[in-house]
Design a protein around this ligand. Sequence first.
Ligand code: URA
Length: 217
Amino acid sequence: MYRISEELAELGRRRMGGAQVEGFVYGQGPAEPELMLVGEAPGEFELVDGIPFIGRAGKELMKSLASIGLRREDVYITSAVRSRPYRWGTKKERDGTLTERKYNRAPTAKEILAHAPLLDAEMRDVRPKLIVTLGNIGLQRLLGKGYKVSDVHGQLIERPVQYLADPADRTYSLTEDVRTIIPTFHPASVFYNPSLREKVEEDWQAIGRALKRHGRR
Ligand code: URA
Protein backbone atom coordinates (compact mmCIF):
# COMPACT_ATOMS: atom_id res chain seq x y z
CA MET A 1 0.00 0.00 0.00
CA TYR A 2 1.19 3.51 -0.75
CA ARG A 3 0.36 6.62 1.26
CA ILE A 4 1.77 10.14 1.00
CA SER A 5 3.74 11.30 4.04
CA GLU A 6 2.09 13.13 6.94
CA GLU A 7 4.34 16.14 6.16
CA LEU A 8 2.95 16.34 2.65
CA ALA A 9 -0.64 15.95 3.88
CA GLU A 10 0.00 18.76 6.36
CA LEU A 11 1.49 20.92 3.61
CA GLY A 12 -1.68 20.33 1.58
CA ARG A 13 -3.89 21.39 4.49
CA ARG A 14 -1.83 24.55 5.00
CA ARG A 15 -1.80 25.45 1.29
CA MET A 16 -5.63 25.32 1.23
CA GLY A 17 -5.61 28.36 3.50
CA GLY A 18 -9.07 29.84 3.81
CA ALA A 19 -10.69 27.83 1.00
CA GLN A 20 -14.20 26.53 1.58
CA VAL A 21 -13.20 22.88 1.91
CA GLU A 22 -13.41 20.32 4.72
CA GLY A 23 -11.81 17.02 5.73
CA PHE A 24 -8.95 15.16 4.13
CA VAL A 25 -9.08 11.81 2.32
CA TYR A 26 -5.82 10.07 1.42
CA GLY A 27 -5.31 8.40 -1.94
CA GLN A 28 -5.62 4.66 -1.50
CA GLY A 29 -4.19 1.53 -3.10
CA PRO A 30 -1.09 -0.50 -3.93
CA ALA A 31 2.20 1.10 -5.04
CA GLU A 32 2.26 -0.98 -8.24
CA PRO A 33 -1.40 -1.11 -9.22
CA GLU A 34 -3.05 -2.16 -12.44
CA LEU A 35 -4.55 1.32 -12.76
CA MET A 36 -4.23 4.70 -11.11
CA LEU A 37 -7.56 6.57 -11.09
CA VAL A 38 -7.50 10.36 -10.85
CA GLY A 39 -10.84 11.89 -9.83
CA GLU A 40 -11.95 15.35 -8.80
CA ALA A 41 -12.27 15.66 -5.01
CA PRO A 42 -13.93 13.69 -2.23
CA GLY A 43 -17.59 14.34 -1.47
CA GLU A 44 -19.76 14.13 1.62
CA PHE A 45 -19.68 10.34 1.99
CA GLU A 46 -15.95 9.94 1.42
CA LEU A 47 -15.25 12.17 4.45
CA VAL A 48 -17.22 9.90 6.77
CA ASP A 49 -15.05 6.83 6.21
CA GLY A 50 -11.94 8.45 4.73
CA ILE A 51 -12.19 6.16 1.70
CA PRO A 52 -12.23 7.58 -1.85
CA PHE A 53 -15.24 6.85 -4.08
CA ILE A 54 -17.41 5.22 -1.42
CA GLY A 55 -20.61 7.16 -2.29
CA ARG A 56 -23.03 6.86 -5.20
CA ALA A 57 -20.38 7.67 -7.84
CA GLY A 58 -18.13 5.09 -6.19
CA LYS A 59 -20.72 2.36 -6.73
CA GLU A 60 -20.78 3.20 -10.47
CA LEU A 61 -16.98 3.16 -10.52
CA MET A 62 -16.85 -0.28 -8.87
CA LYS A 63 -19.24 -1.60 -11.55
CA SER A 64 -16.93 -0.25 -14.25
CA LEU A 65 -13.90 -1.86 -12.62
CA ALA A 66 -15.77 -5.17 -12.28
CA SER A 67 -16.65 -5.03 -16.00
CA ILE A 68 -12.93 -5.52 -16.75
CA GLY A 69 -12.27 -7.97 -13.93
CA LEU A 70 -10.79 -5.52 -11.40
CA ARG A 71 -11.60 -4.80 -7.75
CA ARG A 72 -10.96 -1.73 -5.60
CA GLU A 73 -7.84 -3.43 -4.13
CA ASP A 74 -6.26 -3.69 -7.60
CA VAL A 75 -6.21 0.05 -8.28
CA TYR A 76 -4.82 3.19 -6.71
CA ILE A 77 -7.55 5.82 -6.31
CA THR A 78 -6.78 9.50 -5.90
CA SER A 79 -7.97 12.90 -7.11
CA ALA A 80 -6.85 16.43 -7.97
CA VAL A 81 -7.96 17.68 -4.53
CA ARG A 82 -8.02 15.64 -1.31
CA SER A 83 -10.49 17.74 0.70
CA ARG A 84 -14.20 18.22 0.03
CA PRO A 85 -15.02 21.54 -1.66
CA TYR A 86 -18.50 22.63 -0.58
CA ARG A 87 -20.96 25.49 -0.87
CA TRP A 88 -23.85 26.41 1.36
CA GLY A 89 -27.31 25.98 -0.14
CA THR A 90 -30.93 25.80 0.95
CA LYS A 91 -32.79 22.51 1.03
CA LYS A 92 -36.58 22.30 1.11
CA GLU A 93 -37.67 19.55 3.49
CA ARG A 94 -40.79 17.39 2.90
CA ASP A 95 -42.76 19.48 5.38
CA GLY A 96 -41.83 22.66 3.49
CA THR A 97 -39.29 24.00 5.97
CA LEU A 98 -36.03 25.32 4.58
CA THR A 99 -32.68 24.18 6.00
CA GLU A 100 -29.16 25.31 5.21
CA ARG A 101 -26.83 22.52 4.15
CA LYS A 102 -23.51 21.93 2.45
CA TYR A 103 -23.44 20.80 -1.18
CA ASN A 104 -20.49 19.36 -3.09
CA ARG A 105 -18.99 21.60 -5.76
CA ALA A 106 -16.11 21.28 -8.24
CA PRO A 107 -12.71 22.42 -6.91
CA THR A 108 -11.37 25.78 -8.13
CA ALA A 109 -8.05 26.19 -10.01
CA LYS A 110 -6.57 27.65 -6.82
CA GLU A 111 -7.63 24.65 -4.74
CA ILE A 112 -6.22 22.27 -7.36
CA LEU A 113 -2.93 24.18 -7.25
CA ALA A 114 -2.92 23.99 -3.43
CA HIS A 115 -3.00 20.19 -3.51
CA ALA A 116 -0.82 19.80 -6.62
CA PRO A 117 2.31 18.71 -4.64
CA LEU A 118 0.27 15.82 -3.19
CA LEU A 119 -0.80 14.44 -6.56
CA ASP A 120 2.69 15.12 -7.94
CA ALA A 121 4.16 12.85 -5.22
CA GLU A 122 1.63 10.12 -6.01
CA MET A 123 2.35 10.44 -9.74
CA ARG A 124 6.06 10.07 -9.02
CA ASP A 125 5.86 7.19 -6.52
CA VAL A 126 2.93 5.05 -7.67
CA ARG A 127 3.78 3.01 -10.77
CA PRO A 128 0.53 1.90 -12.42
CA LYS A 129 0.34 0.17 -15.79
CA LEU A 130 -2.08 2.88 -16.90
CA ILE A 131 -3.55 6.12 -15.56
CA VAL A 132 -7.30 6.70 -15.97
CA THR A 133 -8.61 10.22 -15.43
CA LEU A 134 -12.26 10.47 -14.33
CA GLY A 135 -13.83 13.67 -15.72
CA ASN A 136 -12.39 16.98 -16.85
CA ILE A 137 -10.83 18.03 -13.53
CA GLY A 138 -8.42 15.07 -13.33
CA LEU A 139 -7.77 15.16 -17.09
CA GLN A 140 -6.96 18.89 -17.20
CA ARG A 141 -4.87 18.72 -14.02
CA LEU A 142 -2.56 16.22 -15.72
CA LEU A 143 -2.69 17.27 -19.38
CA GLY A 144 -3.80 20.91 -19.33
CA LYS A 145 -6.87 22.96 -20.18
CA GLY A 146 -6.62 22.12 -23.87
CA TYR A 147 -8.03 18.63 -23.22
CA LYS A 148 -11.75 17.92 -22.95
CA VAL A 149 -13.09 14.57 -21.83
CA SER A 150 -15.86 14.68 -24.46
CA ASP A 151 -13.16 14.88 -27.20
CA VAL A 152 -10.56 12.40 -25.95
CA HIS A 153 -12.40 9.86 -23.79
CA GLY A 154 -11.37 6.27 -24.46
CA GLN A 155 -8.18 7.32 -26.29
CA LEU A 156 -4.73 6.17 -25.20
CA ILE A 157 -2.58 9.27 -24.71
CA GLU A 158 1.17 9.06 -24.14
CA ARG A 159 2.39 12.45 -22.94
CA PRO A 160 4.41 14.24 -20.25
CA VAL A 161 2.13 15.41 -17.42
CA GLN A 162 1.82 18.68 -15.55
CA TYR A 163 3.50 19.12 -12.16
CA LEU A 164 4.69 21.94 -9.93
CA ALA A 165 8.47 22.19 -10.29
CA ASP A 166 8.50 24.49 -7.24
CA PRO A 167 5.63 24.44 -4.71
CA ALA A 168 5.56 28.27 -4.92
CA ASP A 169 4.86 28.17 -8.69
CA ARG A 170 1.48 29.21 -10.02
CA THR A 171 1.92 27.55 -13.37
CA TYR A 172 2.63 23.92 -14.09
CA SER A 173 5.75 22.48 -15.74
CA LEU A 174 5.82 19.30 -17.82
CA THR A 175 7.54 16.11 -16.62
CA GLU A 176 10.42 14.75 -18.68
CA ASP A 177 8.99 11.25 -18.66
CA VAL A 178 5.92 10.23 -20.57
CA ARG A 179 2.88 8.67 -18.87
CA THR A 180 0.17 6.54 -20.44
CA ILE A 181 -3.32 7.90 -19.83
CA ILE A 182 -6.82 6.93 -20.91
CA PRO A 183 -9.39 9.60 -20.01
CA THR A 184 -13.00 8.72 -19.30
CA PHE A 185 -16.00 10.51 -17.84
CA HIS A 186 -16.51 10.98 -14.10
CA PRO A 187 -18.65 8.08 -12.84
CA ALA A 188 -21.27 10.58 -11.57
CA SER A 189 -21.76 11.95 -15.11
CA VAL A 190 -24.30 9.22 -15.94
CA PHE A 191 -26.59 10.53 -13.18
CA TYR A 192 -26.90 13.89 -14.96
CA ASN A 193 -26.65 12.55 -18.48
CA PRO A 194 -27.79 8.91 -18.80
CA SER A 195 -26.99 8.90 -22.53
CA LEU A 196 -23.29 8.85 -21.56
CA ARG A 197 -23.58 5.37 -20.07
CA GLU A 198 -22.82 3.59 -23.34
CA LYS A 199 -19.70 5.72 -23.92
CA VAL A 200 -18.50 5.09 -20.36
CA GLU A 201 -18.95 1.34 -20.84
CA GLU A 202 -17.04 1.45 -24.14
CA ASP A 203 -14.22 3.45 -22.53
CA TRP A 204 -13.84 0.85 -19.80
CA GLN A 205 -13.64 -1.91 -22.39
CA ALA A 206 -10.88 0.10 -24.13
CA ILE A 207 -9.12 0.42 -20.74
CA GLY A 208 -9.38 -3.36 -20.24
CA ARG A 209 -7.87 -4.03 -23.70
CA ALA A 210 -5.04 -1.53 -23.11
CA LEU A 211 -4.23 -3.18 -19.77
CA LYS A 212 -3.83 -6.53 -21.49
CA ARG A 213 -1.46 -4.99 -24.06
CA HIS A 214 0.53 -2.83 -21.68
CA GLY A 215 3.43 -4.15 -19.66
CA ARG A 216 4.64 -2.34 -16.55
CA ARG A 217 6.72 0.74 -17.25
N1 URA B 1 -15.54 12.09 -6.76
C1 URA B 1 -14.20 12.03 -6.73
O1 URA B 1 -13.54 12.56 -7.61
N2 URA B 1 -13.61 11.39 -5.72
C2 URA B 1 -14.29 10.77 -4.74
O2 URA B 1 -13.70 10.16 -3.85
C3 URA B 1 -15.70 10.83 -4.81
C4 URA B 1 -16.30 11.48 -5.82
